[in-house]
Design a protein around this ligand. Structure first.
Ligand SMILES: *[C@@H]1O[C@H](CO)[C@@H](O)[C@H](O)[C@H]1NC(C)=O
Ligand SMILES: *[C@@H]1O[C@H](CO)[C@@H](O)[C@H](O)[C@H]1NC(C)=O
Length: 424
């Protein structure tokens, strides 16, 4: 616009110098020039400017429409994933969970351990209220289960630990009657079970952790309606158990996590006073316990996962608990992190190869066992729903296979021998 105005002014200046000679002609030409500028150049410019404005508006409208369509599509997809069990058959390649071979026995409150040879060893548990001594192996190359030798004793609510020499130590648990003191060893090469030393105390619903020096620490547990605060150590070189310091709190259904500094963090659980939010640390060097920061919430049948950054993520652990928290071993304090979409207890958790945490199944408000699973994003500290599993699972196990796939085994008692294992 300015340029055109200048052009018009220049024409007038030029015009004035010629006015003396051929005033009339130039006045006419001057008027024509002004009229041409006014009639053609200015309107054209306005039209062009208008066109540009219009084009811009159209473009931006299109962009925002596309963006909002995308957003709402995503939202619809998430909602349907979160709230329904359908949408599974339409496109099988989109499924997060896939079926795999079923175990011969259905089981819950069993153990699942990834052996050094890559196979998954599943021991004991309850099958329709019947205690099991049966043991099965999952070979991920063939994606099939085979039976191996049974344990000497039936056990559920027991523990299984892989010793530094690759042998598996199975401890305590409940058989036909009370919780037991006995332990046995499984050699993956010979597939043979042998007895090893008895614990000093009967235990079920305890924890077992393999320490850096190869000793195994068991903590707490339950027997004869009494919760324990005692702990003991298994020495693989002698096969003997020795009591080590007592915890401050008696606990069952608690969790024990091995921190990067070698200490063991014990969290939550319950005793005759109810659920607890307390946490304590075992130092293998001094063989003693110290109290550390308490969690914001009391938790039982929760999960505790060591993250790649050394923090521990505890998840839910009550039927109406959406809260997850992070323990920082440096400060000894807890901080709340992203909340779950669905509260759960008796669920399972696995740290995926990228550091994210997969939480599956469990029991929700109303005592419903659930198929839903969700993933904790390590970086954003938020949870997102995945597809549902094929079956409701409660008190099941979740194992990360050597190829990064997660194998969940077992389910609620009422589930039969079909649908007792699937892969994420
Ligand atoms: C798993 O099965 C494959 C194929 O039969 C076999 O070659 C492999 O040795 C098995 N793995 C173990 C650890 O036995
Ligand atoms: C890992 O092994 C499982 C079981 O055989 C298989 O279904 C899955 O496709 C494998 N994943 C990868 C990434 O190879």
């Amino acid at each position: 616009m300015n340029k055109n105005t200048n052009q018009a002014l220049n024409s007038e200046t030029v015009m004035a110098s010629f006015i003396g000679k051929k005033r009339f002609v130039w006045i006419i030409l001057g008027i024509v020039a002004v009229v041409v500028v006014a009639a053609v150049v200015i309107p054209t410019t306005i039209i062009l400017t208008n066109k540009k404005t219009t084009t811009t508006e159209v473009t931006s409208t299109t962009t925002s429409t596309t963006a909002s369509t995308r957003k709402s599509t995503t939202r619809v997809r998430r909602t349907s994933t979160a709230s329904t069990t359908t949408t599974t058959t339409a496109n099988p390649s989109m499924r997060d969970w896939v079926e795999t071979d079923s175990m011969a026995d259905s089981r819950t409150v069993h153990t699942a351990s990834v052996l050094n040879n890559g196979k998954v060893l599943v021991t004991g548990g309850l099958s329709d209220t019947i205690p099991l001594n049966s043991v099965e192996l999952y070979n991920l190359s063939t994606a099939t289960w085979t039976r191996t030798n049974s344990m000497i004793y039936k056990r559920y609510q027991h523990s299984a630990s892989i010793l530094h020499n690759g042998i598996v130590l199975v401890t305590g648990g409940q058989g036909d009657g009370d919780c037991v003191v006995s332990s046995e060893l499984y050699d993956p090469e010979t597939e043979i079970w042998t007895n090893t030393g008895d614990m000093n105390t009967k235990r079920c619903l305890h924890t077992a952790s393999v320490l850096e020096d190869g000793m195994v620490l068991v903590t707490g547990g339950f027997v004869d309606s009494i919760d324990h605060n005692s702990a003991e150590l298994y020495d693989p070189s002698t096969g003997n158990w020795t009591p080590t310091g007592n915890m401050m709190h008696a606990r069952r259904w608690h969790q024990a996590s091995i921190l990067n500094d070698g200490k063991i963090l014990v969290t939550g659980g319950e005793n005759d006073k109810g659920m607890t939010n307390t946490a304590e640390l075992y130092d293998p060097l001094t063989k003693s316990w110290t109290t550390t920061g308490s969690m914001h919430d009391a938790r039982v049948c929760h999960t505790a996962s060591l993250l790649p950054n050394g923090n521990v993520l505890v998840v839910s652990g009550d039927r109406d608990d959406y809260l997850a928290e992070l323990y920082d071993p440096i400060t000894g304090n807890w901080a709340t992190t992203g909340s779950l979409h669905i509260p759960r207890t008796g669920h399972a958790a696995s740290v995926l190869t990228n550091g994210d945490v997969l939480v599956s199944g469990g029991r929700t408000p109303g005592a419903y066992d659930i198929k839903s699973s969700e993933i904790y994003d390590l970086l954003t500290e938020t949870w997102s729903m995945t597809d549902d599993m094929d079956c409701e699972r409660y008190q099941h196990q979740s194992s990360v296979l050597p190829n990064g796939t997660v194998l969940v085994t077992g389910a609620t008692n009422r589930i039969t021998t079909t649908c007792n294992a699937e892969l994420y």
